[in-house]
Design a binder for this molecule. Structure first.
Ligand SMILES: [Zn+2]
Ligand SMILES: [Zn+2]
Length: 95
């Protein structure tokens, strides 16, 4: 499928509609020989790689339920659910 045809798809991780910024996540890391990609929000993409190593991602592959079984990821998805599609948490500044 061409990327253009997937513009209106929902995010693979959080299932919200995608915003203007779409990133393509390799369900099996490219470094591990994976070729399949899924569209995700930049913030969701960051959450995936913040919580899993490439070795873990390779084991789970496209098994989204396995990712959501991680408590941190489940918490993130619940938290991001109410945010607008283009929401991206800025780096926290202490003032
Ligand atoms: Zn998302
Ligand atoms: Zn990725």
């Amino acid at each position: 499928m061409l990327p253009e045809e997937q513009v209106h798809l929902a995010c693979w991780l959080c299932a919200r509609p995608l915003g203007s910024a779409v990133q393509w996540h390799h369900t099996v890391p490219k470094a591990k020989g994976g070729r399949d990609t899924v569209p995700v929000h930049p913030i969701c993409h960051r959450a995936i790689h913040a919580n899993f190593t490439n070795a873990q991602l390779r084991r789970m592959g496209s098994d989204r339920a396995a990712l959501l079984a991680n408590a941190e990821v489940a918490k993130f998805v619940a938290w991001v659910a109410a945010k607008p599609p283009d929401f991206y948490a800025p780096t926290r500044k202490s003032r």
